[in-house]
Every structure is written in C-alpha cells, then in structure tokens.
Design a protein around this ligand. Structure first.
Ligand code: SAH
Ligand code: SF4
Ligand code: F3S
Length: 464
C-alpha cells in the first residue's frame, strides 16, 4: 500500500518549488501526498531562514507534530534553508526529529529515508554538491493540476549582501544548461502548463561561469519560441545586473509578461553601500525609467527593508521618497532581522524594535494607498487574464492574473480554467481586481496589455 507524505512549506517560491520536486521524487518511492498530517507516514517541514520569524516557524510546526510521533511513530524531517543552516543542531535540539535534508540534498532523499526506516538512525545531510545534481528536475509524469509551473534556471548567490543568509544556505551561483531548461519547459507545456516562472536568487546572473556562452535575455528568447507556453515570468532580478539587453527583451519578446520584481531594499545610498548592494538610488531610478520607456505598461514590484543597522530618520525618508517617486504596483516590506553569520548582524548600531515597527507601518500605509490607486486606475479597462482556478471566496467566481501579475476574480465556470480570457475590470480592491468576462481572447497585443486593434471590432462598446 502506498505511504503518505504530508509536507508544510515556508519561504520563497524556490522553497515552494523544492516541495513540489520532493513530492514528485517520493512518488517514485510510492509516497502519495496527503493534506492531513494525521494520516501521514512521513511529515516534512520545508523551511526558510531569511528572517527570524520564518525560522521560528520550524519549531512551532515541530511542536505540533510531537504527539503524532509519540502515538504513531510518524517519521519527521526538516528540509530547506533552516535544515541547511542548523544541520545536526536541529536533531540535538528536537529529540523526536528523524531527518535533516539540506538544500542540495533533495535528490538523496529516498536513500536518506531508507536509512531512517531500515536502520532506525537519525540522518543529516547538508553537504553542498558542486556537481549541481540538486538542479536536475523531477519532471511530471501526469498532467499538471496547475496552469502555472516554476522552473529553476539557476541557484545560489555570489552577492553576499551584508544582511542576507541566502548565500550561506543555498551555496554558490550555479546555472543549468539552456538545453535542459528548454526540454523541461517543453515537457511542462505538454503536460498543460501555460505559464512558466523562471526561478533563481539572481536570474540576471544566469549563464555566468558556464562554458555555453549564454546570458539570461538569450535564454528568454529561446523559451519565447516554445509552443503551448503563453506567458513567461521570472524572479528575482538584481538591480545591479539588470542589463539594457534584458530591458530591451520587454520590448521584443511577446510572451514575457509586463512585470518585474526588482528589490531595492533602501532608498538611501549610505544604507545601500552598507548593505553591499552594488548600486545607488540614482541607478535604480534610471533603470526603472528605462523599463518604463521600453514597456510603458510594465508593473514594478520590489522588496524593501526598514531598520537596517545605522538607518537614521533621513535614510528612511529617502526610502519613502524613492517609493513615492516610483509608485510601485506592490511592495514586500520587512523589518531588518539580524541573521547569525552575516556581516550586519555583528554591527553595534542596531535599530530599536519599536522604531523598526513604526517605520514599517508608515511605509506600508503609504504603499497601501498607492497600490489601491493603481488598481483603481484599471477600472473600465480591458485586461488579459490567464484563469488559474476557482476563487477561494466564492465558488461561482474564477480567479486568474493579468500579465502585470494582478489577481482578477470574475464570474465563470470550470471550462475557463487554463484559458486566456479578456476581462473588463469593474472594481478595484487593495489586493485584487474584480471584472467581467468579455471573451476568450485569441489574438492579442501583449506588449501593450491591450487588445489587438483587429480584435476590437468584435468587442463593440468596450473602452479601448
Ligand atoms: N535574491 C533576492 C532576495 C531574496 S531574500 C534579492 O536579491 O533581491 C527576499 C527578501 O527578504 C529580500 O529582498 C529582503 O528584502 C528580505 N531579507 C533578506 N534578508 C533579510 C533580513 N536579514 N532581514 C529582513 N529582511 C531580509
Ligand atoms: Fe541575498 Fe543579496 Fe543574494 Fe539577494 S542578492 S539572495 S539579497 S545576498
Ligand atoms: Fe527563505 Fe531560503 Fe528562500 S532562506 S527566502 S527559503 S532561499
């Protein structure tokens, strides 16, 4: 009889993707996913250590499963970035834990599990793998349940921003050969993927250090040709390495969606230097300007931090100034959180928690208003939506995203899932839009995010 695996995931899309890969890999060893931890033979917690809060989640999650271990002997493991960072310390600290699987060790999971089961040993594998076997994908054998798929194109990071744990837990930058990526995307398209999101800590660094002589924009061009794929996205790109060639790709590649996630972290040059980000606010503003010149409808989102060591009121004001100048479509904002082993964690000028909280609230309130205004500006306009599934709030509605990555809900049924639909936006909220379906949209002019003029004849009475 098949065994059951329950997996809980915290962290970035890379971790989400790793969990998906773990499920595909263990399916080959006869483990099927369950959403109910009580039914599981194996519980895995796939975790994030980028800030203290997500790191603490692993301990509260493990606490919840202690009883199950005592009652049923369920095997319990931790994977991901906390596993990589803590290694054996996790096994020492949590006596009922069986297994620790580092970020490069996922392909060895079946063997590690076998060791736990047959020898009853506790197992920890956190070596980095210079060969890059951890980058080989486990391709789907069955049709995909989702229209969106993630594809790792590179992993690791060589930047060493002074606050960041990622280079320590994911290792050095390593890219995958482009032919393998193309084959993977073709396979995903055959299994029903309509949209792919390319993953890497710094996708702009794609190709560096490879004999192949390819860069990220060239990879995008290759993927743009693959039949069945309608949309291409990527995350995350670093402002320092955002090349003019990549900016130009927004003007020439039809499938590349008009959205970029471009973390800026701070608007103050003094803080950017201390963060070791490798760019100044002027460069950031200039790159955004160029992106908007080449692709006027592009949506820009970013990550930003408040309360970095030494951040003074005037630095914070420069951050607010930059975000007001740019008017991001959305922002992911965080309080700086010292990470053991990173340079900035050892600095003496840490900012008080209360000040961090105050700055975060001010910043988030301003952004909330900007996001809402940007959403409101779309009311009355047409947007192409790729329908992903039913809305969680209302079973009569379906949900999908615009090319600019904004969520749109509208009345519709199952047959629309996986279709590109033209919607007219009727209402705007802080985190989503509401619309009505105009037509399933065959022809389009994706560069403008507006319908092809030839098609407008079919759509009388609709604002262009
Ligand atoms: N590779 C991406 C970021 C990955 S981490 C990049 O370079 O942009 C995701 C986000 O977490 C970062 O953009 C940053 O805003 C935030 N972050 C990273 N380390 C942090 C820390 N120590 N404290 C608070 N936020 C942090
Ligand atoms: Fe972390 Fe900086 Fe690398 Fe991003 S670029 S993963 S923030 S070290
Ligand atoms: Fe977190 Fe690891 Fe991603 S630390 S942000 S899960 S790379």
């Amino acid at each position: 009889m098949a065994k059951r695996i329950y997996i809980e995931t915290y962290g970035c899309q890379m971790n989400e993707h790793d969990s998906e890969q773990i499920l595909r890999l263990l399916e080959r060893s006869d483990y099927l996913e369950t959403k109910d931890a009580q039914q599981a033979d194996l519980i895995l917690i796939n975790t994030c250590s980028v800030r203290e809060k997500p790191e603490q989640k692993v301990y509260s999650a493990l606490g919840r499963f202690k009883k199950l271990k005592e009652k049923k002997g369920t095997i319990i493991g931790v994977a991901g970035c906390v596993a990589q960072q803590e290694g054996w310390r996790l096994l020492e600290r949590v006596p009922y834990l069986d297994l620790v699987v580092g970020t490069h060790a996922i392909p060895s999971l079946p063997q590690l599990l076998e060791k736990v089961l047959t020898l009853g040993e506790k197992v920890c594998e956190t070596d980095f793998d210079p060969e890059g076997r951890y980058l080989d994908p486990f391709l789907p054998e069955r049709p995909l349940s989702s229209v969106k798929s993630y594809v790792t194109i590179m992993q690791g990071c060589n930047h060493f921003c002074s606050y960041c744990i990622v280079p320590y837990v994911r290792g050095k930058e390593k890219s995958r050969p482009s032919q393998e990526i193309v084959e993977e995307v073709k396979c995903l398209a055959q299994k029903g993927a309509k949209e792919i999101c390319l993953l890497g800590q710094n996708v702009n660094a794609y190709g560096k250090g490879m004999k192949e002589g390819i860069d990220f924009p060239e990879l995008l061009s290759k993927l743009n040709e693959i039949e069945g794929i309608e949309r291409i996205r990527f995350t995350t790109s670093h402002p320092k390495d955002l090349s003019e060639k990549l900016i130009q790709a927004y003007g020439s590649l039809k499938k590349l969606c008009e959205h970029i996630h471009l973390p800026f972290q701070s608007g103050s040059n003094r803080i950017l230097e201390r963060m070791n980000r490798g760019y100044h606010r002027e460069t950031y503003l200039e790159k955004v300007h160029r992106l908007r010149e080449v692709c006027p409808s592009i949506a820009i989102t970013a990550d930003v931090m408040v309360g970095f060591p030494g951040e003074e009121e005037k630095d914070f004001e420069e951050t607010l100034d930059l975000m007001i100048k740019i008017r991001f479509d959305d922002l992911f904002s965080f309080k700086y959180s010292p990470r053991k082993g990173t340079t900035a964690a050892g600095w003496s000028d840490q900012v008080e928690e209360q000040v961090k909280q105050q700055r975060l609230s001010i910043l988030q309130n301003i952004q909330k208003e900007i996001t809402l205004q940007k959403n409101q500006a779309l009311v009355g306009y047409l947007e192409e939506v790729l329908v992903e599934g039913h809305s969680k709030q209302n079973r009569e509605d379906v949900t999908g995203r615009t090319r600019t990555n904004k969520a749109v809900n509208f009345k519709g049924d199952d047959h629309l899932i996986g279709c590109l639909v033209l919607t007219k936006i009727t209402r705007a909220y802080a985190h989503s839009l509401y619309g009505e379906c105009i037509t399933t949209w065959k022809k389009k002019d994706p560069l403008r995010g507006k319908p092809d003029p030839d098609e407008l004849g079919l759509l009388e009475g609709i604002p262009s």
